[in-house]
Design a protein around this ligand. Structure first.
Ligand code: SF4
Length: 197
């Protein structure tokens, strides 16, 4: 994985390198100062995976919750969960960031949730607007057509791989390199950060 990330850097890394599942969660958190359980878990483990250390994760989440949450509530209810996901509490398990397969199939999001995979869990209209707004994909261009065709065929990771190619100036079929397709959000981000160097 890439070089360490601080709480301060997350916003910049998100804009440049997050796949849709994580950018959506991050933007919702930034807007609402809140995420539901599975969203916190999906984003939190991903951030651990990109190299956000525990002390920086605590700074990050405290800032994101902002004035909507007291220090007391944060310390009592949230800090433990963050430490737990870093294996520092409870049975000290080392929890891995979730793969696309897990995100696509486990814990189906309800209407109030922001976790999951936008390629699978957004309506086609919302997905297109999201890709236009956040990734500057031309709504009526051939790239959007490629992506939406894959979505229609339920090949979500193919759609995500195409998005990666289009937004990184990578030739069609090259994927993350050597024709590897997206199978893990952390791989998407790690590869994106490598290409920036
Ligand atoms: Fe995230 Fe994987 Fe969906 Fe891409 S295909 S948005 S990396 S879950």
């Amino acid at each position: 994985s890439g070089a360490a990330v601080t709480a301060e850097m997350v916003d910049d890394v998100a804009r440049k390198h997050f796949p849709p599942c994580m950018l959506n969660l991050y933007d919702r958190l930034k807007r609402d100062h809140h995420l539901k359980h599975f969203g916190r878990l999906q984003l939190g483990l991903f951030l651990k995976g990109i190299g956000l250390p525990l002390d920086e994760a605590i700074v990050f989440w405290r800032r994101m919750y902002g004035a909507t949450m007291s220090d007391d509530k944060f310390n009592k209810e949230y800090k433990y969960n963050i430490r737990h996901s870093y294996g520092q509490e409870g049975r000290r398990a080392n929890y891995s960031p979730k793969s696309c397969q897990q995100i696509l199939t486990a814990n189906q999001p309800g209407t109030q949730d922001s976790h999951g995979c936008p390629f699978r869990h957004f309506s086609p209209e919302n997905l297109q607007s999201f890709l236009v707004d956040k990734y500057r994909i031309d709504r009526s261009g051939p790239e959007m057509r490629d992506i939406m065709d894959s979505v229609k065929a339920s090949h979500y990771h193919v759609a995500c791989t195409r998005l990666f190619e289009v937004t990184h100036g990578v030739k069609k079929g090259e994927g993350l390199g050597n024709a590897e397709s997206v199978s893990h959000p952390n791989k998407y981000t790690d590869r994106s950060r490598e290409l920036e160097k």
